[in-house]
Design a protein around this ligand. Structure first.
Ligand code: IPE
Ligand code: IPE
Ligand code: MG
Length: 240
């Protein structure tokens, strides 16, 4: 399978993925919600391969939000174990493909075993350059900004920084992943048209594309279609 031909400067460098619709996919088939999550695994890794083929440099995958703790204890437990297993199962393959895996999110409440697997993957793939895959686990945009404000306030209290030195660039250094690029393409599956608190700061000027396909049915072609839509958009960044 070959990706569509798109001028290099029209390919988004950073794609944010809201992997939504697993529960509905399962419900349609009379299956438990967890079956939808399981089916979603291969969708993500197909999209990773498709991203490499077309020349995307950074992919951020929303795997578990700071709001997802509100789900039933059984589903939360499943999602924690599932994230841990997926990272363990897939990291060698990611490493072979030249993918650098990074965890973005809050440690509070997150299972230790999930953090451990993420840290092993980060260490193993630290030097890879083909694509950066930000695994956003226990991530929330507002949580990230509030946590950054707290760290910044501490630095001011310790006299490491003066209030008048704060600007967008300085503030961004306090975010969970300061090296993350701004999001170019914000892609959500399942037809829902909202950010659900994903990468709020980084998506200030992202192009939003909402695809009417449930996450387990997503393939690299879905990503390529979204990139074609993106390439046709006129990004102005406030200019006339
Ligand atoms: C996305 O699918 C997966 C996670 C949020 C972890 P959902 O579980 O939200 O599926 P729907 O939206 O209920 O169909
Ligand atoms: C967003 O999807 C979170 C993830 C994909 C991990 P949700 O299904 O949790 O979002 P809402 O509840 O529809 O806004
Ligand atoms: Mg959902």
């Amino acid at each position: 399978m070959k990706p569509p031909k798109i001028a290099k400067d029209k390919v988004p460098q950073h794609v944010a993925l809201v992997m939504d619709g697993n529960g509905r996919w399962a419900k349609k088939r009379g299956l438990p919600r967890t079956k939808g999550h399981e089916k979603g695994e291969s969708a993500l890794f197909d999209v990773v391969e498709g991203a490499i083929q077309i020349g995307v440099k950074e992919l951020s995958a929303f795997a578990f939000s700071t709001e997802n703790w509100r789900r039933s204890p059984d589903e939360v437990k499943f999602l924690m174990g599932f994230n841990r297993d997926v990272i363990r199962r897939r990291r060698d393959e990611m490493h072979r493909m030249g993918v650098r895996v990074r965890w973005v999110g809050r440690p509070q409440k997150l299972w230790k075993s999930v953090i451990e697997e993420l840290e092993i993957a980060e260490e193993m793939t630290a030097k890879n350059k083909v694509l950066t895959l930000n695994m956003c686990v226990n991530y929330g945009g507002r949580a990230e900004i509030a946590d950054a404000a707290q760290k910044l306030a501490q630095d001011i209290q310790r006299k490491k920084l003066k209030p008048e030195q704060i600007n967008e660039k300085v503030f961004a250094k306090y975010l969970d992943a300061p090296q993350m690029r701004d999001v170019d393409l914000f892609l959500r599956s399942s037809g829902e048209q909202r950010t659900s608190n994903f990468l709020l700061w980084q998506s200030a000027y992202a192009e939003m594309v909402f695809m009417d396909v449930l996450w387990p049915d997503v393939t690299r072609q879905t990503l390529w279609k979204a990139i074609e839509i993106y390439a046709d958009r006129d990004r102005r960044f406030g200019k006339a």
